[in-house]
Design a protein around this ligand. Structure first.
Ligand SMILES: C[S@@+](CC[C@H](N)C(=O)[O-])C[C@H]1O[C@@H](n2cnc3c(N)ncnc32)[C@H](O)[C@@H]1O
Length: 290
């Protein structure tokens, strides 16, 4: 069971959607072969937010694999997608291993795959020239795992889209004297092992771009920062809790100072003009030879 709850993924989904670099998805769509079915694999798919974002924007016939090691999240992906499909007027049906959708401009067959990608990546098959994608994943993985994925992508001439990779920037305005310490601790926590070996954390955007370029990829990067205002109170409160908890697990953390920071920051959430920025980056890459 992963530490990512359906509640957390639901709180971030609309913010992710408005923050993502739409221009990269436009470029991706232009690269698709017209009238040919798209094969896509979503690594660390969680409850399916990346699929729901991409499927209508890419259009056409699509065969997806949503891969995650948490069966509870994949089960929620089916239920959430059913409700989402209804809101779009798309037909939803369950299949033996997932679900199928028929919308106005897209038709998707989705297979839900429960797999530990850290241990069993080699067992995950995807066709030639597939889209390999993931959102909010790369900062969790290690450099060696990323290298293995990039090599598999190169060998299968995959197109690659990784969205919402955290880049180490977390800023709250107006500033508080404790912010820099919390940011330093959170970014240290980001580098700890999340199951894939030492995590890339804030180095993930640069490392991913470099690794894919070394594998012969043309890489385009765009910011996808979260900017959170007074309409995003639930997510902002969850961030404060998560940052405090993560910082407190580190050796040398001053628990008293963290609690005071959390209290001050929670009280300031209702102040007009409080703004959060969480730095993210999206990356689109395709084999340079194509
Ligand atoms: C931050 S969440 C992002 C989920 C989803 N992509 C989204 O954007 O909402 C990271 C996801 O990676 C999955 N994950 C973490 N470690 C994994 C592993 N070893 N194998 C497969 N999935 C993993 C988690 O279960 C979680 O769903």
């Amino acid at each position: 069971m992963s530490s990512f709850t359906p509640k957390w993924l639901a709180a971030r989904e609309p913010v992710d959607a408005r923050s993502r670099a739409a221009s990269l998805v436009d470029s991706l769509r232009e690269r698709l072969v017209p009238h040919e079915a798209l094969a896509a694999v979503d690594l660390g798919a969680g409850t399916g937010a990346n699929f729901r974002y991409l499927a209508p924007r890419l259009g056409g016939l699509q065969h997806w694999q949503l891969v995650d090691d948490d069966p509870r999240l994949l089960a929620a992906a089916g239920n959430l997608t059913r409700a989402w499909a209804e809101s779009l007027g798309a037909a939803y049906s369950e299949t033996e291993n997932g679900f199928a959708l028929a919308g106005k401009s897209f038709e998707s067959r989705v297979r839900l795959v429960t797999m530990n990608l850290a241990a069993d990546l080699a067992e995950l098959a995807w066709p030639e020239s597939a889209l390999v994608t993931g959102s909010a994943l790369l900062d969790l993985v290690s450099e060696s795992w990323l290298r293995r994925v990039a090599a598999r992508c190169r060998d299968s001439t995959a197109t690659v889209l990784f969205a919402l990779t955290y880049d180490g920037r977390m800023h709250i305005q107006p500033a508080d004297a404790g912010d820099a310490q919390v940011r330093m601790l959170v970014n240290r926590h980001q580098r700890t092992d999340k199951g894939f070996g030492p995590a890339l954390g804030p180095t993930a955007p640069d490392t991913a771009a470099k690794t894919l370029a070394e594998c012969g990829y043309q890489v385009v990067r765009e910011p996808s920062d979260w900017r959170l205002g007074s309409d995003d109170q639930e997510l902002r409160a969850m961030l404060l809790d998560g940052w405090s908890r993560a910082a407190a697990t580190l050796e040398g953390a001053d628990h008293g100072a963290l609690e005071l920071w959390h209290n001050r920051r929670s009280r300031a959430l209702d102040n007009p003009g409080t703004e959060f920025l969480v730095g993210h980056e999206d990356l689109l890459a395709w084999p340079a030879a194509l």
